[in-house]
Design a protein around this ligand. Structure first.
Ligand SMILES: [Zn+2]
Length: 314
């Protein structure tokens, strides 16, 4: 078949356009600010925060950090050195959200206690955001526990919406905290070889996870929805966040802020899950459609990392 050169050019341009429009998007969210590590001294927290913020600034990507304000007090008093850690995030142009005051699980406390903990957790963050001309907009449930009954879920959603919060779900669930605990423990024991072994397994594990969530998304929606990744403000990410970002770049991801990711129409679908596990929104939607919708063979944390972390299960 003979195709005129001009027509050929149009076809090539159209195909290229399709490829360009199909880029993957992801929002990066970091929990348990200012820092979660086995070493809780201020010097370690400063070191970890500096490194995390440096990786993010270098990559020039939007990130939101979710704060537990109980870490900002020493002997019941506001601790400005701890609060300065959050100022580092804000000075880098990053956003902060509320993750409750003391990381309480909605599955362990009553509605009233949970709500009080949310309110207590917004005091300093709100103040810091206001100094930067920003508002506190996002909330993330600790342990991703969203309520054991539909009534409790609805009540808390109404409460959060009433305080102008947007709930921050996640899709890219993973066990970065297990790797980081293993990395912390190895550091605390002075075992550099084990630190390296854990670190070498980390980004490949995270890549196998995002590959799984991409496929789970296609199984559910016939397309890859805008992903929301959850990681923690921890030791391993302070050393390897740049490698994690590079891996996502290589997979064709464009980094968007949480607000943009949530515009994907998938997020308008309800989350009716009331089970006891802190699971990805993708699995919540899948379970809603029936167990067959859950993709098999979710990647696991390697055995040696589990052992080094001291965790019994993921
Ligand atoms: Zn958390």
């Amino acid at each position: 078949m003979f195709i005129k050169p001009a027509l050929l050019l149009i076809i090539i341009a159209a195909l290229a356009g399709t490829v360009i429009c199909q880029h993957r998007t992801i929002a990066i969210t970091i929990d348990d600010l200012p820092v979660v590590s086995t070493r809780t001294d201020i010097a370690n927290r400063q070191k970890i925060t500096k490194k995390l913020v440096k990786h993010i600034a270098k990559a020039k990507i939007p990130v939101i950090g979710f704060v537990n304000e109980n870490k900002l007090y020493t002997d019941g008093r506001r601790d400005e050195e701890q609060i300065d850690l959050l100022r580092m995030w804000l000075d880098a142009g990053l956003e902060l959200g509320n993750h409750t005051y003391s990381h309480v699980s909605l599955h362990n406390v009553g509605v009233e206690e949970f709500e009080a903990n949310v309110i207590k957790g917004e005091t300093i963050t709100k103040e810091l955001l206001a100094e930067n001309g920003k508002k506190l907009r996002f909330f993330r449930y600790p342990y991703l526990m969203t309520g054991r009954t539909l009534e409790i879920k609805a009540e808390i959603v109404k409460f959060l919406t009433g305080r102008s919060y947007t709930i921050a779900p996640i899709t890219f669930d993973n066990a970065d905290y297990i790797f980081s605990r293993a990395y912390d423990n190895a550091f605390d024991k002075g075992d550099k070889a084990l630190m390296k072994r854990v670190a070498d397994a980390y980004v490949p594990y995270m890549e196998s996870k995002i590959d799984y969530w991409e496929r789970q998304s296609v199984k559910l929606f016939g397309r890859e929805i805008s992903e929301i990744m959850l990681i923690h403000a921890n030791f391993i990410n302070s050393d390897y966040l740049d490698d994690l970002i590079k891996m996502l770049h290589r997979r064709g991801y464009k980094f968007v802020d949480l607000e943009t990711a949530l515009r994907d129409k998938a997020y308008s679908l309800p989350d009716a899950y009331t089970g006891g596990a802190g699971i990805s929104r993708l699995h919540r939607w899948a379970l809603d459609r029936g167990k067959d919708s859950v993709l098999d063979n979710e990647p696991r944390v390697p055995e040696f990392v589990m052992k080094a972390s001291g965790f019994d299960s993921e």
